[in-house]
Design a protein around this ligand. Sequence first.
Ligand code: SF4
Length: 96
Amino acid sequence: MFIYIYINEKCRILLNPHRKVISMVKVKIDKDLCTSCSVCANLCPDVFMMGDDGKSSIVEKFRGASDAEGDIPAELLDCARAAADSCPAQAITIEE
Ligand code: SF4
């Protein structure tokens, strides 16, 4: 089980089951660009899902202020990057 520690809007810490700090990476989806193709959700379901609005969203456990942004553990970076690179609308941004 992972444990979140919320410091502030820009800083969150995730602890893994061994209470080890995992560094976090910010992921954003531009919903205006998203064409609802589902590629990201299929390639990286640990990070992306299709939301009620029909657009890509960050999965609930990693969500930030909205479903269009969140902080993911660095171990999911390769998966998120593959989704971002495959997004035909270039709607996904990853801040490392
Ligand atoms: S791959 Fe890009 S365009 Fe397709 S659903 Fe995901 S964010 Fe939207």
